[in-house]
Design a protein around this ligand. Structure first.
Ligand code: PGA
Length: 259
């Protein structure tokens, strides 16, 4: 089970964030069934990577480049990400799409991540702020997002590269309330249906799915215990959570304990 932290930009100094990173390592020390990952702000990848080195917490990057090099002022280098110790990266996060126009190169970003041995976590979901009632509309939107990102890959390549899909419904990102379980489950089912429709059955069956949006130490129990009886048998490949705001505070460590 994965618990992935994706902190936002807070008015926090470097020293406090590094202290928090040390606390995360301590909190993750004796966990048996939960794998913890943390993707700090880009500026702190190296010092946080030093703290995580050889320990139980995986280092992630909030940005994955879509080129290995070239004329990209403001860009990121996959070589340096690897040097920092990055093992997973977020691709197509709703905020990166809205704020930085990420979305045009998802396919290339996944390719670079896989080529460099970085686990791609492809984020998808409805636009921010919108609760989409109609399943047909949700399916169409998710399909457009997923298929442009995954075009040209075989299921085998994506499974080997450990492509993970994070479903983050836009109406709950940034709230203190996750989507309701029915909505989450239908999101997962739609994703799987779309993958199967596009000949990615293996990924649909075995690929990891994460849920994100409104998860904190209180709500994780709510989501988790609601789904506990059916989770294992539902075949939904639900592999954990992607946590935004709550991962920037001690709440993230509480989550490890409560979950
Ligand atoms: P949130 O954000 O947990 O703050 O709602 C989710 C995310 O950014 O992945």
């Amino acid at each position: 089970w994965w618990l992935i932290g994706n902190p936002k930009v807070e008015q926090t100094r470097q020293s406090e964030i590094l202290e928090h990173a040390r606390d995360i390592v301590k909190g993750a020390q004796d966990l048996e069934s939960i794998a913890v990952g943390y993707a700090p702000l880009a500026e702190l990848l190296f010092p946080v990577g030093e703290i995580f080195k050889g320990g139980p917490v995986g280092l992630g990057s909030q940005r994955i480049p879509w080129d290995t090099g070239g004329l990209h002022t403001g860009g990121t280098s996959p070589v340096i990400l690897k040097e920092a110790g990055v093992i997973f990266g977020l691709i197509g996060h709703r905020e990166a799409r809205d704020d930085f126009g990420e979305g045009a190169h998802l396919n290339k970003q996944i390719k670079i991540a896989i080529d460099y041995g970085i686990i791609p976590i492809l984020c998808c979901g409805e636009p921010k702020g919108s609760l989409v009632e109609s399943e047909a509309v949700r399916e169409k939107d998710l399909e457009a997002e997923l298929i442009t990102a995954l075009e040209g890959f075989t299921g085998q390549e994506l499974l080997q590269g450990q492509l993970t899909i994070a479903y983050e419904p836009g109406h709950v990102i940034g709230l203190d309330q996750p989507a309701d379980m029915g909505y989450i489950r239908s999101g997962f089912s739609l994703i799987k249906r779309i993958l199967i429709k596009h000949n990615l059955e293996g990924l649909a069956k075995k690929g990891r799915l994460l849920y994100g949006g409104g998860v904190n130490s209180e709500t994780i129990q709510q989501v988790w215990s609601l789904d506990r009886p059916t989770r294992v048998f539902s075949g939904e490949n639900w592999a954990g959570f992607l946590v935004g705001r709550a991962s920037a505070s001690p709440d993230f460590i509480d989550m490890m304990e409560k979950w």
